[in-house]
Write a protein that binds this ligand. Structure first.
Ligand code: ADP
Length: 660
């Protein structure tokens, strides 16, 4: 056991002093020896027999002193140091991951010294090399106490077991990555446990069949089987694992040849890559580096059996996960460091797991559903949503907020529309009442307007009767009289039609109309009233039509209200009562209508109030005429205002947008 040589170290080798390294034990041993010596000296002074006896006793005590710490160490555990012997040369990714898995587990248990040596067995071999390695290790670790040796790879285990007796006698060994069939061949080894791996070639062939439907050819690529550490057993498994398939064997070939061959493989073939470590012409590299070179040229998918090869361009396969193997070895090493006997710790087996490369799956059109159960897919390219998660969420939120706003605004618009419709209805009703009132005011002139044609009709009818009573009735004159009657009837009919139209209770309805026509109609309607009230009514219309979108009845009502107000305002002036109506173009986009009079005007402080509802200065006024006029104009998207003219009298103006 290396415990004896490592735990008790000569303190001063040059002096050959046999003092003991552990201070407590040293004290115990030295003091004890010293007291026995003193006792012996005092009891049997100068007595040779007793001296011999005392020497024997001292020898026994010395032996006890040497053995006692050994026994104590066994109880407390082994030296907390691990020597990792690695088969690799360049610390390739597989061994790097294995070491990190091992280290992570060892680090959980406080201070453990880890030594590491790369035996470089994939590049170097032979008796001389082995001998030099052994000498090197022997010399290097002469003074180091080793608790456990971790041997990575079958070749390393082989060397370790051969050297152990000489270099590290009795030190337990934990192997990592010994293939299960190889382990079975070795049988149970003394003071050895470890992590066996299970990665049969049959699994690689199964993967090849999955990724290449109708597979008929397997292409084996790798260094010669005896140089392999993880896949050495594949060489023996070829006949059974590939039965029924054609095999293109490129194992052990030069890299240049491999690169040429893999570029022109048959359609239904797949490459099974075990690991190439050299180009065959003196350059060595890790298996993943060679894999990259091959993947660049290969025209068929590459199946692998070790995790780091996945990133190098393989499609995937049942792969050994180095970190897990390392961690498992670490756990076994810890158990032994903590006092368990390696021989009592059974080896554990790590099986390869189906890992696949998402990018290569896309390249070779392999669907996720065709993969073996429990497959893990690596290097999956994130979807657009995954890649721009926050940005997408921000945009989606913005869209949602916008959508919410739009819905809110639409709802608002709907409510406003409803309110507008309702207010238009109310306005129409009010306007109707206002019209009825206005018509009441105008009733005398309406009657007058009707009386005129009716009177003429009567006179003409009587004249016709007289003519007919004569002996020779003048039929030509009768015909003329009848024509007059007809015309007067039409005039009366026109008055009634206009009145009916004006009094009609109609909803607010806009249509394409000519403002000049509306103004002309209203003024015609007002003409009789105007002459009855001794008012001169003038109308000046803009040349050409003023096309707007509006309700003609309601606009006529506005004009009527303004003109009647003017006539009311001028009632107190004895003469010169004039109302002028004017339509003009106001720029290119609207028309302006003005009604001005020669009345007293509006007191300056009342100019803003005249449009307020129920504002009136008239004895029998209601104060709603101008308020309704403003509502109607606003509903037509126009504006209305009042002013006093510089030469006297009030002027009311309103604008209306022209049809584009
Ligand atoms: P009402 O005619 O019932 O009084 P209106 O709203 O039509 O109601 O008019 C409100 C007030 O505006 C009138 O009472 C009057 O004082 C003033 N007004 C309107 N038009 C004129 C005008 N042309 N000249 C002077 N004052 C006017």
């Amino acid at each position: 056991m290396i415990c004896a040589s490592g735990s008790i170290v000569p303190r001063d080798r040059s002096a050959g002093n046999a003092s003991i390294w552990l201070p407590g034990l040293l004290r115990f041993g030295s003091n004890f020896r010293f007291s026995i010596e003193q006792a012996g000296a005092s009891l049997v002074h100068n007595c040779s027999l007793y001296r011999v006896m005392i020497r024997i006793v001292l020898l026994i005590v010395g032996l006890l002193a040497v053995l006692a710490p050994t026994c104590l160490l066994a109880q407390d555990g082994r030296p907390h140091s691990v020597l990792v012997l690695d088969q690799s040369n360049l610390r390739g990714p597989f061994y790097y991951q294995l070491s990190s898995g091992l280290r992570e587990v060892l680090d959980t248990e406080g201070q453990i010294t880890v030594y590491g040596e790369n035996l470089d067995l994939t590049r170097f071999g032979g008796a001389a090399y082995e001998e030099s390695l052994k000498r090197y290790l022997k010399e290097k670790y002469r003074d180091r106490s080793i608790g456990v040796i971790v041997a990575n790879g079958a070749g390393t285990l082989d060397h370790t077991l051969r050297w152990r007796e000489e270099l590290w006698p009795g030190v337990p060994v934990v192997f990592a990555m010994l293939e299960v069939t190889q382990l079975a061949k070795l049988g149970r080894l003394a003071n050895v446990t470890g992590v066996a791996i299970k990665n049969p070639l049959a699994d690689a062939i199964k993967t090849a069949r999955t990724v290449v439907p109708g597979l008929d050819t397997i292409v084996l690529v790798g260094d010669s089987w005896d140089r392999q550490s993880l896949f050495r057993h594949w060489g023996e498994e070829i006949p059974t694992a590939t039965s029924g398939l054609m095999v293109i064997d490129l194992v052990g070939q030069k890299m240049s040849n491999i690169l040429k061959r893999v570029a022109e493989l048959p359609e239904r073939s797949a490459i099974v890559y075990s690991g190439v470590f050299s180009d065959g012409a003196g350059t060595y590299y890790p298996a993943a580096t060679a894999m990259r070179l091959i993947a660049e040229k290969a025209n068929r998918p590459i199946v692998v059996g070790a995790e780091p090869l996945l990133a190098a361009g393989a499609i995937g396969g049942y792969s050994l996960i180095a970190k897990e193997i390392g961690a498992e070895a670490g756990r076994l090493a810890l158990r032994i460091l903590n006092g368990e006997q390696a021989g009592n710790v059974p080896p554990v087996t790590q099986e390869s797991k189906p890992l696949f490369n998402w990018k290569q799956m896309q390249r070779w059109n392999v669907s996720e559903s065709s993969l073996p159960e429990g497959s893990e897919i690596r290097f999956r390219e994130p979807t657009f949503l995954e890649q721009y998660r926050w940005e997408s969420m921000a945009v989606a939120s913005a869209i949602l907020i916008q959508a919410g706003l739009i819905i809110f605004l639409l709802h608002e618009r709907h409510l406003r529309r409803n309110a507008e419709v309702e207010s238009h209805e109310r306005m129409s009703e009010l306007a109707h009442v206002n019209r009825q009132a206005t018509t009441g005011e105008l009733s005398s002139s309406i009657a007058h307007e009707l009386n005129q044609p009716l009177g003429s009709i009567l006179t003409n009818a009587e004249t016709a009767e007289l003519i007919l009573k004569s002996d020779k009735p003048d039929l030509g004159e009768i015909r003329e009289i009848l024509a007059d009657i007809k015309r007067d009837d039409q005039r009366a009919g026109e008055v009634i039609r206009r009145l009916r139209g004006f009094l009609k209770r109609t909803p607010f309805e806009t249509r394409d109309i000519d403002l000049n026509e509306v103004m002309g109609e209203a003024f015609k309607f007002l003409s009789v009233q105007a002459s009855a009230r001794n008012v001169a009514l003038y109308l000046q219309t803009a040349p050409g039509a003023l096309r707007i979108k509006g309700d003609p009845i309601q606009l006529q009502q506005v004009i009527l209200n303004l003109v009647v107000n003017s006539m009311d305002a001028m009632a107190t002036i004895p003469y010169g009562r004039t109302v002028i109506g004017r339509t003009e173009l106001n720029g290119g986009s609207s028309a302006v209508i003005s009604i001005s009079d020669s009345g007293p005007g509006i007191p300056a402080d009342k100019l803003a109030q005249v449009f307020d509802p129920f504002f009136t200065t008239k004895e029998k006024g209601m104060g709603i005429g101008l308020s309704i006029a403003r509502t109607i104009i606003l509903a037509h998207k126009g504006q209305i205002w009042a002013e006093n003219q510089s030469g006297g009298g009030a002027a009311f103006h309103f604008t209306l947008p022209l049809v584009a």
